[in-house]
Design a protein around this ligand. Structure first.
Ligand code: FRU
Length: 327
């Protein structure tokens, strides 16, 4: 019931336009639903820094108990975190980072490791032959793009037969890279691998490769590895991607930590989630695992609703009993 919802967790999400964000929100909501005393308020930043600044300002003015932020870009959001902390609102940063370490806790996948995993995977495939790589990067000024690039390029630079010959600056969405990639391939189609900072841009890259009849010649490695019909796992199964690096949303964990913070428990400053390569060898296994987890969560939720119903029935019966006993 409404009266019980005392603790408000405010979440400023970068945006809710893509499946990865939707899945993050869903796992947060699922986790929050296990705690009737929690109200989760998610604001949609529309992948726009200006909108996100408004959202965070609103959540601060609302005096939420915990503020969770996934910043569109690091720099412009950093001062707002400071502002919240000065008003004694704990701030949990998820997935994308701010500048510096002035926050309560961070939780997210290891983006540096994402880049390293992709590079090592390409190294294993290329078996010492000279190969050319194109790197397609995520939004400038967002930390996963910077860290994926750093992990990837620093590893590739230690492998003599591999070379990053081109990079394209994207913004996480397929449309941001298609034209540039098309122009590049029209001039020079000498590419063996594409490392794409996420699966949405990777799908866009594959569509452009197809127009150039290069989709069987170039192997694409993406990032995210979402389960479901338009996710990276399916793209791997369909042969669109050679592989994808699984990047967990951290949604469940963020809510768990937020609750820990509210309860005054001590949590680590930086909580880094592991990533792993998904390719044709383990795509089915991963899909089955994720399907099972989903099923399990749905079951728990159904049980929880049953318990809630029973509690309500009990409450109304016992108040009826009281009335009767008072007669
Ligand atoms: C979703 C997304 C993912 C990517 C992440 C990086 O909005 O673009 O595809 O891995 O953000 O923060």
């Amino acid at each position: 019931t409404k009266e019980n919802k005392k603790v408000v967790i405010g979440f400023s999400q970068t945006g809710i336009n893509d499946q990865w964000r939707k899945s993050m929100n869903k796992s947060m909501q699922l986790q929050a639903d296990f705690h009737p005393e929690i109200e989760l308020k998610i604001l949609d930043g529309n992948d726009n820094v200006k909108k996100q600044i408004e959202d965070i300002t609103q959540l601060i003015n609302d005096k939420v108990d915990v503020l969770i932020i996934s910043p569109v870009q690091s720099k412009p959001i950093t001062p707002l975190v400071n502002k919240a902390l000065l008003q004694d609102i704990p701030v949990l940063i998820v997935d994308r980072k701010i500048d510096g370490q002035n926050y309560t806790s961070y939780i997210g996948g290891d983006n540096y490791q994402v880049g390293i995993n992709a590079a090592n995977y390409i190294a294993a495939l290329s078996s010492n032959k000279e190969k050319k790589i194109l790197e397609i990067k995520g939004l400038k000024g967002s930390s996963p793009a910077a860290e994926r690039h750093l992990g990837f390029s620093s590893t590739i630079n230690t492998i003599p037969n591999l070379k990053i010959t081109h990079t394209i600056q994207g913004n996480w969405e397929a449309n941001s890279i298609k034209e540039t990639l098309n122009n590049l391939l029209s001039k020079n189609n000498n590419v063996d691998y594409i490392f794409c900072h996420n699966d949405r841009m990777a799908l866009g890259a594959w569509e452009v490769l197809k127009q150039h009849n290069l989709e069987h010649k170039v192997d694409i490695i993406g990032v995210d590895g979402l389960n479901g019909p338009n996710g990276g796992i399916q793209y791997v199964k369909d042969g669109i991607l050679k592989a994808t690096v699984y990047y967990p949303t951290g949604g469940n964990e963020a809510i768990k930590y937020a609750i820990d913070i509210v309860q005054g428990k001590k949590i680590n400053k930086n909580n880094i989630l592991e990533t792993t390569i998904i390719d044709s060898r383990n795509a089915d296994i991963m899909k089955n695992q994720f399907d099972k987890i989903n099923q399990h969560q749905e079951n728990l939720l159904a049980q929880q609703n049953k318990i809630k119903e029973q509690e309500e029935t009990y409450a109304s019966q016992s108040s009826m009993l009281k009335v009767l006993l008072a007669l």
